[in-house]
Design a protein around this ligand. Structure first.
Ligand code: ADP
Ligand code: MG
Length: 596
């Protein structure tokens, strides 16, 4: 036998394994979902590569996943016919944390205040391969990559800082390709190795995996067997002189037991089904399974587009904001899974299918019009992809709009809390879609300091003679509501939007108008509140206070550009306003903050 070589785990892996084994008790069964999802990923990779290299699947092994539970010995084996791993990949993939999901998990854990790892985190990220140690003492991974002519065996134990790798030599264990995981369960976890339990878990967690999952099940069929006749009966028959030919054959029903593979999941992708026949629960389950989410989505939309470009898609609005604080600027979220003719192509996009401000949207997109060997370059240049993007964006707006119109106001509040910034960023970056973005905006106002309102609600509340939408940008609601700028508008019962998020004012100035009403900053000079003006009276006042104004200007010098009489105040004697074409005070504050 070739000797096995010993390797040490990267330090983070050891820490993660510790955590898994010692603190993530509550939800142990997720190990199966994690391992099946790895098997499915490996099959996806193989299928994708085989599009350009048919050699890879020449041996006609089906693309599937098989799970066998041996309850007497407490062993579970999970076999996939996917891409497998070379020796180097075994060391890299199972000895270090190079992988996104797991790395994110550790990061989130570090950030989460309560140091005790909680099961929400495991639900949101999964901890991938290492979750095998939630239930196992020893894990053996035997794997054959098409890139290598040898099969290798990785072996690791719980509570150990090292693992070994050796070549597979036993012909019984050789695989045509792919990976077999053998889990030797911990004493207390042996009940997991029960075929029925495995079947239940697969149905629960993996019904949306697009490859067949077979589980090894005991089956039975009934059969009639002839039995030896009871001697007493025979005698009775003889006495009655019954013709032996007419004697009824004595039979008995017996159950014959055998074991066989049983298909355990439904492999028809949910997006190919008729949306009328899919329940909300199924959509939500699909979302949770596909994106490793713990919480239900806030909204979903399932649609088919026809015409120029045909594709099917299910989109979701998550109910939580991503962990990464910088996510708003990062379109690489792996949130959209692209399929071509049901073959998974990629989830690694950089703005090709969604603009970055909508990068929080999760979903699947399946097109028949793209080539299977579509590359990043093709994606970036394809006219089809551009059309798809436009449609996807529109559908996203419809979905969010429905959420905002829904009876359940708190749902949209949650959305706005999590993704309001994204929508405002959209106002800045996506001029073409202003008419879809505007209705989604929410602000506090002088007449609604507790609950945010929409621009439509603002317009409904406008005075008959009011032409503009008034706003003031400030640090907070409390500073906005105490400015002298508001006095006159309050007196006239005109509502003023409070823009209290730094990005608000930029978004509004980009939008310029909504429903043909212009946005007007109430801190700018020349504020016109509409209504009748008494020109004679105005002229009189201007003359009367002309000298006073000149005197004040002289005292202040360059600190102000001019001093004027105005009718915008009612109780305060004076107010500082911004020039018509200058920055607003709020903008100036922001610019200063940025310059530091
Ligand atoms: P993730 O799935 O987020 O990448 P995991 O910890 O689940 O992280 O898996 C780590 C890596 O190990 C995978 O990215 C993959 O490269 C490799 N791997 C795990 N299971 C398999 C498998 N069944 N077949 C091939 N490669 C696998
Ligand atoms: Mg994984």
């Amino acid at each position: 036998d070739p000797p096995s070589e010993k390797y040490e785990y990267q330090a983070e892996v050891s820490r993660l394994m510790d955590l898994i084994v010692n603190s993530l008790y509550s939800n142990k069964e997720v190990f199966l979902r994690e391992l099946i999802s790895n098997a499915s990923d490996a099959l996806d990779k193989l299928r994708f590569l085989s599009v350009t290299n048919s050699e890879l699947i020449k041996d006609e092994v089906d693309l599937d996943i098989r799970i066998q539970a041996d309850k007497d010995n407490g062993i579970i084996t999970i076999t996939d016919s996917g891409i497998g791993m070379t020796r180097e990949e075994l060391v890299d993939c199972l000895g270090t944390i190079a992988q996104s999901g797991t790395a994110k998990f550790l990061k989130a854990l570090k950030e989460s205040k309560d140091a005790g790892a909680d099961s929400n985190l495991i639900g949101q990220f999964g901890v991938g391969f290492y979750s095998a140690f939630l239930v196992s003492d020893r894990v053996v991974v035997s794997t054959k990559s098409p890139k290598s002519d040898k099969q290798y065996v990785w072996e690791g134990e719980a509570n150990s800082s090292s693992f070994t790798i050796r070549e597979e030599t036993d012909p019984v264990n050789l695989l045509p390709r792919g990976t077999r995981l053998t889990l030797h369960l911990k004493h207390d976890e042996k009940p997991f190795a029960h075929p029925e339990r495995i079947q239940r878990l697969v149905k629960n967690y993996s019904q949306f995996v697009s490859f067949p999952i077979y589980t090894w099940q005991e089956k039975g069929f009934t059969k009639e067997v002839e039995v030896d006749e009871d001697p007493a009966e025979v005698k009775k028959d003889e006495q009655q002189d019954v013709n032996p030919e007419e004697k009824k054959k004595k039979t008995k029903t017996v159950v014959e037991k055998y074991w066989d593979w049983e298909l355990t999941n439904d492999t028809q992708p949910i997006w190919l089904r008729n949306s009328k026949e899919v329940s909300t629960e199924e959509y939500n389950d699909f979302y949770k399974n596909t994106f490793n989410q713990y919480l239900e989505p806030l909204a979903s939309s399932h649609f088919t587009t026809e015409g120029e470009v045909e594709f099917r898609s299910i989109l979701y609005v998550p109910s939580v904001a991503p962990y990464e604080k910088d996510d708003i600027a990062n379109p690489k979220t792996k949130n959209i899974r692209l399929y071509v003719k049901r073959v998974f192509i990629s989830d690694d996009f950089d703005g090709e299918l969604f603009p970055r401000y909508l990068s929080f949207v999760k979903g699947v997109v399946d097109s028949n019009d793209l080539p299977l060997n579509v590359s990043r370059e093709i994606l970036q240049e394809s006219r089809i992809v551009r059309i798809m993007k436009r449609r996807l964006v529109r559908k996203t707006f419809e979905m969010i709009r429905r959420l905002s119109d829904s009876e359940k106001r708190e749902d949209y509040e949650k959305f706005w809390d999590n993704f309001g910034k994204h929508i405002k960023l959209g106002c800045i970056e996506d001029r073409d879609n202003h008419k879809y973005l505007g209705p989604l905006l929410r602000f506090f106002s002088s007449q609604s300091e507790e609950e945010m309102i929409s621009l439509d609600e603002y317009i409904q509340n406008m005075k008959p003679e009011q032409k503009n939408i008034y706003y003031i940008a400030a640090e907070s609601v409390s500073s906005a509501k105490n400015t002298p700028f508001l006095e006159k508008l309050r007196e006239k019962d005109l509502e003023v939007l409070f823009l209290v998020d730094p990005i608000d004012e930029v978004a509004i100035t980009n939008l310029k108008s909504y429903s043909e009403k212009e946005f007007v900053d109430i801190t700018k000079e020349d504020l016109d509140l509409g209504g009748e003006k008494d020109e004679v009276e105005e002229k009189k006042i201007k003359e009367e206070f002309g000298q006073t104004c000149d005197w004040i200007k002289k005292q202040l010098g360059d600190k102000v550009s001019k001093v004027q009489v105005s009718q915008r105040l009612s109780t305060s004697p004076c107010v500082l306003v911004s020039g018509k074409f200058g920055w607003s005070a709020n903008m100036e504050r922001l610019m200063k903050a940025q310059a530091v």
